[in-house]
Ligand binder design. Sequence first.
Ligand SMILES: [Zn+2]
Length: 502
Amino acid sequence: MLTNVQPNAQPKSRLRWSSNLPKPGSGDVPYAKSRPELKGFSEAQITRHILDSAAWKEVVKPILAQLDKERARPGKEQPLYTSEELESVLLYQRVCGYGSFKRARNALAGDRNEARQLLGFDKPRNLKRRVVKLFDGVPSEATVSRHRARIGERRRLAAYLALEQRLLKEHLALPELQEEARILNLDGTKIQTHYTAPIIDRTSGRTVNDARVTAPEAGYVPHSAGVDKSGHGWNLVSITSITGIPLAWKVVPLNASEKDVAIELLRDEFSSRVKPHLQGDKLSVLSADGAFNKQELRAELRCLGIVENIHLVSHGDAPESQANAAKNSAKRIRIQGYKNWFTNGHRELICVCGVGTTIKRLGLDRNGKAVVRTEGSCKKCGSITITSGDWRRSQNPDNWVRLNPQNPNEKPDLLMGNPLTFNDGIAAEYGRRRFGHHEGFHGALVSRFGLIKDKRWFRRLDEAKIATAMTFCVMHVVALEQRRRRVEAEADKAQAPPALAA
Ligand SMILES: [Zn+2]
């Protein structure tokens, strides 16, 4: 292990960044436990922090207060716990990433000094009992289970979705996140269930396992789709900032088309809840793997002022992927009107002599739509400008031709002219960051919040959605707190006398 390397040092970049392209900063995840500002910010403290937040008081508290009103019976004793107290245990469970309430309850009972005090469960409620036991003061499984039944899944989901939206808005008000959100990642990740989804026969369209289905709202994908995509459950399709902040998401049956879900996500959630808060005059970049290669999705992104970094061919190490990439690199496709220039299968411009270079021309037009262009130049072969959206691939002979503006049936190949290509260094840098970010956002979902990877006991779609919304609430709250503490620490440092500041 290298010990003399600065932990946050970045390799010196020799890449030439077009001035309009967002540069990835450190990309550090603000809610990561390793953040120095978050040292000692325990799960119980995080839970308390959420309960004390303005967002919770505005959005969730009134719903729980209403529930208490519905519970009240004239002439009967007050219940031992308020609905907010009962909900706080479920929130604590999610903050800890525990799959079962039992684990959360054990953790609470075992943490007399902090968790129980912070959440107000440090005193026995049922005073008729004579012997004080370990679990006294902590609501029982049955009590919490009755609370869940009382509030109902639909109402709980609505509460957490509203809370998440409220927190996202608060978070997006920070110029810091607005800048981070110029580099986006789009991903699909499965939420597996122990239950059985309907298995639908492709040819007949019929469910073949009717009698065994225990999770009718889940989807099933066969093993042939590969380890990442197959199983029973749901797919969490999300758009996140380079710093791992969830901006827009949908949970859908595992067998739903990822590409189509992504298009809906952009049209609905992203357009209405995220886009209005971003810097409208700046171009963004979105990276995704080849599973999201679809012209309609590219077009949708361009309309939102985003240039896509999505390739036709997988960057994986598998022999098939490598062979496919090599085949596309070797291919030469003619371009109508330019006898000295070709593209390869990745739509990368290449001149006849091979010495020519290309530059990226990226920006926004007056309507905020992404303008995407590649220019090539060579002393011998002359110059070329390809504007993405103006070209389509024609067969017999196989070549690139200009779109006929009179013919609305002609559709462009939007990869043609997009300089963020398979072999491009800047595109690769964004892609590399996508994998780095996986360790942040993805890693947190796996190991800290226990939402993905292992199977969950989710029977219904709403259960998966509630867990996702709650998790994202936690990410926002912790990230906001980290940013606040950092600003505070910097201000303290600036005010301190020079000797102390050093
Ligand atoms: Zn040349």
